[in-house]
Ligand binder design. Structure first.
Ligand code: SF4
Length: 481
């Protein structure tokens, strides 16, 4: 799968990356660190980026549509105050409906001052929350999960003695997936939903603490990884150091397995498991489950590369490079009226003819959503003279939508619901096609300190799904009978 922004490609879209920093007196430039961390998290979303800086309760923000390099300039970063708390966000928005207003961090001014909040995930009780808050007089502008969460916090704030107590209790109102960082006038707060769907971890550099979606962001700023935020945990950083509230832990956790397969960066470690090693294990298992004679194993960059290495190690077939990805295509390219999917793919991905000509190639990708990208890749390899093309997928067929923050939205659009693996193989023109089994997938991160979600593959949802969509799913089930 090719990671894209702003295009309706054959890929589920990951939603957001968050970062927060509390710098002990003046020792660290929070703007520089947040900017660097957002670059490291750019793979989690390229449609908007923002940094909010808290200067003693006065919060200023730079945010807009676009990638980190589009949004931030030396000038606009220079205009931010030199505070000691900052919150950053990068975002993908499904259906390309993001407006500048919806870019995060979200800044809210309410009875207790200002807060800036950045969020990753999707609330499953969003419709109910939205309705009840609106009936209570709330007026939404951004219409995002982040805005709802901020409203819930603001509406409860006077009922509790402190912001941290308020956040702990606000979590009882929220259902679904959310990893958030927020700054109140004097604190940095991080929170992860009780299922722990989206990752969140804590780092430290000198005496300053950071909270990030992935450990690769901590590495980028030279921070030491301390630990993951536990599912259901609220972490508070202020002048007294770091504190933790674990009132919302339930023991029933379900971190997203697809983070390991595709979303996260391979150099991140999530809940005790290296993303690269999980992908490599997926490749090894794939080689055992779907062996085939070939001359070379290659991965679709970037997320297929680790799995291809694993397949190669397990099978003994040499690892090689078949496809070269142009990493510099982005939002502005799509804005130049180049809307044809294949035209974009031609720029995005090219074949290394000298590497594949006359060879039997095993090509490993992480997943298939609609089937268009893998069809293009198979044609590309054949046109370059590959003798055989064997497609291997390091996850099972996508059969179900995700309600927890990855944009795999419509069951009817998923190609695996429309055709069998053999029909799909024939339609994309591969010599063979093999998916990793669900049992195999479940074992790639078996060392994880948390339970795992695989609902988009298995249909086994670990938490409530949105009511209206659940009714829709029920209607479809009835139709099938
Ligand atoms: S349904 Fe799939 S994509 Fe969504 S959280 Fe579960 S494993 Fe991840």
């Amino acid at each position: 799968m090719i990671r894209e922004s702003n295009f309706d490609f054959d890929s589920p879209q990951d939603e957001c990356g968050v970062f927060g920093i509390y710098a002990a007196d003046g020792e660290i430039d929070v703007i520089k660190e947040t900017y660097t961390a957002l670059y490291a998290l750019q793979h989690r979303g390229q449609e908007s980026a923002g940094i909010a800086v808290n200067d003693g309760g006065d919060i200023k923000c730079v945010k807009n549509l676009g990638s980190v390099s589009d949004v931030f300039t030396a000038e606009n970063l220079e205009d931010l105050p030199k505070g000691k708390i900052a919150v950053g966000h990068v975002c993908y928005s499904p259906e390309h409906r993001l407006t500048p207003m919806a870019a995060q961090p979200l800044i809210m001014r309410y009875i207790k001052g200002s807060l800036a909040l950045a969020q990753n995930g999707a609330l499953t009780n969003r419709a109910q929350l939205h309705k009840s808050l609106e009936q209570g007089g709330a007026m939404f502008q951004a219409n995002t999960n982040a805005e709802l969460i901020a409203y819930v916090i603001a509406s409860l704030r006077l009922s509790y003695g402190s912001i941290e107590e308020t956040v702990v209790n606000a979590m009882k109102e929220l259902e679904g997936a959310y990893s958030i960082v927020l700054t109140s006038p004097s604190m940095l707060i991080g929170a992860r939903d009780p299922n722990g769907f989206r990752p969140l971890c804590i780092g430290k550099k000198k005496n300053s603490y950071m909270i990030a979606s992935e450990s690769c962001a901590l590495d980028a700023v030279g921070a030491e990884f301390i630990r993951d935020v536990e599912p259901g945990e609220v972490v508070v950083v202020d002048q007294n150091g770091i504190r933790s509230f674990k009132d919302n832990r339930t023991g029933k956790t379900s971190m997203c397995l697809f983070e390991y397969v595709y979303v996260a960066r391979p150099d991140s470690v999530i809940d005790g498991v290296s993303v690269h090693m999980a992908r490599q294990e997926a490749g090894r298992l794939l080689a055992r489950e779907h062996p085939v004679e070939a001359d070379m194993v290659c991965g679709v960059p970037d997320s297929g590369l680790s799995a291809a290495l694993g397949y190669s190690i397990e099978s003994g077939i040499p690892y090689g490079t078949a496809l070269i990805k142009n990493k510099y295509i982005g939002r502005t390219f799509a804005q130049k009226r180049i809307s044809d999917r294949e035209e974009i793919l031609k720029v995005k991905l090219n074949v290394l003819r000298a590497g594949v000509e006359g060879k039997r190639i095993i090509i490993i990708d992480d997943s298939i959503i609609h089937g268009a990208t893998c069809s293009y890749i198979v044609r590309l390899l054949r046109a370059a003279g590959a003798k055989e093309v064997h497609l291997r997928i390091s996850s099972p067929p996508f059969l179900n939508p995700c309600y927890y923050g990855i944009d795999i939205s419509d069951r009817s659009a998923l190609v695996s619901n429309k055709m069998s693996a053999e029909e799909l193989r024939a339609s994309i023109g591969a010599d063979s096609l093999g998916y990793l089994s669900i049992e195999g997938l479940r074992s790639i991160a078996k060392e994880a300190k948390v339970g795992l979600c695989d609902a988009c593959f298995s249909g086994d949802y670990p938490a409530a799904v949105p009511t209206e969509i659940f009714e829709d799913r029920f209607a479809r089930k009835l139709e099938k009978r």
